[in-house]
Design a protein around this ligand. Sequence first.
Ligand code: GUN
Length: 301
Amino acid sequence: MTECISFMLISMRRLGCREVSDRVLEELKAKTELFINKGNRAPSLAVVLVGENEASKTYVRKKEEAAEALGFLHFQYNFNEDVRESELISLIDTLNSDDGIDGILVQLPLPKHISEENIIERISAEKDVDGFSPVNAGRLMIGEKSFVPCTPKGILAVLRYYGIETAGKKAVVIGRSNIVGKPMAVLLMQRGLDATVTVCNTKTPDLKEYTSDADIVIVATGHPGTIDASYVKDGATVIDVGVNRIADSSREKGFRLVGDVDYKSFKNRDVSITPVPGGIGLMTVAMLMENTFEAAERRAE
Ligand code: GUN
């Protein structure tokens, strides 16, 4: 008997996010035109940037560019690194009571002498398009309508776009920040999404024990190489939230961007994975635009 051995070439499935965010933004542009044609003012976003953090400056520029492309009004408030907390509070109070502003975003992180908590709490829940305020975080936790933080909301949009089921699946979230990890876990466990969720952190003794059994792994640690292909099983989905700058003199800017995941190690694995760049970062911007539109719609009601 002749034994027939067949080799199948396995390659990872790249979950590019450009096409997902483009579609979101296209739909939003049409909705915005309709909204304005009905006699409403264009949605408006106030963006506050403190200091000279290059990554923050890039994120803010991308948010402003997206707002501009949609025909939103947008206003940027720049402060030096040594700005007093009271000055920021005073600006937020002014923006809260300004009828010409629908959404307020303060780019994080803030310098150490400023309490992020105080700043975020001060933003009116109706204008908190980042969804970071205690009111919105609380509403999210109990399943009430709220502004959903942009990165987790964007991750759900990617899962939906690529037809990745969450119900009855095991999801592992690595990272427990208020911006990504916590809201991501809360969303995935909600009725309708119905995942079984485990949240890991820096003290988790054996990360692999959790990830190797997971159907969906969401990595939001801010550390390159947090996991590689040996951490996940065949058929899994890996969502890489990290955007890390690695010094690279061969690049014009002197750095390149990598995620929290060792992307290359997945090359010959049966795994679906989001790239960096071209990944979740695009979704964060698109969802911020969605939230700003939603804020404008609610104010116009
Ligand atoms: N810093 C990193 N991600 C975010 C975000 O989604 N919103 C704000 N305001 N700051 C950030």
